[in-house]
Design a protein around this ligand. Structure first.
Ligand code: NI
Length: 184
């Protein structure tokens, strides 16, 4: 297993629509292992393949640290070729961050509950209905496969608030506790 460098927000790979994965093989399993290791190394709760420079429909999550009392643990899970079947419940605000946009956090409104279909790390096809933080993380990571970042949802005012941070990340001058690649 290996910790892979994470690309930062101005990298064009984060703006691509990721490709469907055709082969479920050992190479993919090894990549998933590396992505889990990379995510844990940076204390993240989710990591999408475009963030390590691979434009394919895959992300990993482990949101159990965010669990509130009475919630069932979801466990570390890989999502291969996921599709979000439905979104229900109110749009609720929650604080989001992204390993590709270090130290920038802001509130994003998203539906409370989703139904998602995917193939997991054991290559088992699953369909799950999830809420709370797990639904939040899945929607954030799914957006990465569509070339969307959480800052895209912010108002012009909120974006201006983060302008300095974004410029620092873009120039590669931000100190980050995990390996990153900056574009410039
Ligand atoms: Ni992200």
């Amino acid at each position: 297993m290996a910790v892979l460098p994470i690309v930062t927000y101005n990298d064009s790979v984060l703006r691509e629509k990721a490709a469907v994965i055709k082969h479920l093989d050992d190479e993919l399993k090894a990549l998933i292992d590396d992505m889990f290791e990379t995510m844990y190394n940076s204390d993240g709760v989710g990591l999408a393949a475009p963030q390590i420079g691979k434009s394919i429909r895959l992300f990993v999550i482990d949101g159990d640290v965010m669990m509130e009392e009475g919630e069932e643990p979801f466990g570390p899970t890989a999502f291969i070729n996921p599709s979000i079947m439905s979104k229900t419940g109110k749009n609720i605000p929650m604080d989001e961050g992204c390993l590709s946009i270090p130290e920038v956090r802001d509130k994003v409104f998203r539906p409370e509950t989703i139904r998602v279909k995917f193939t997991d790390q054991h290559f088992v096809e699953r369909e799950e209905e999830v809420g709370s933080w797990i639904a939040r993380i899945i929607q954030h990571e799914y957006d990465h496969l569509e070339g969307v970042l959480f800052i895209d949802y912010l108002s012009a005012f909120r974006k201006r608030m983060h302008k300095k941070d974004l410029e620092e990340i873009e120039s590669g001058n931000r100190e980050v506790s995990y390996p990153v690649v900056s574009k410039s």
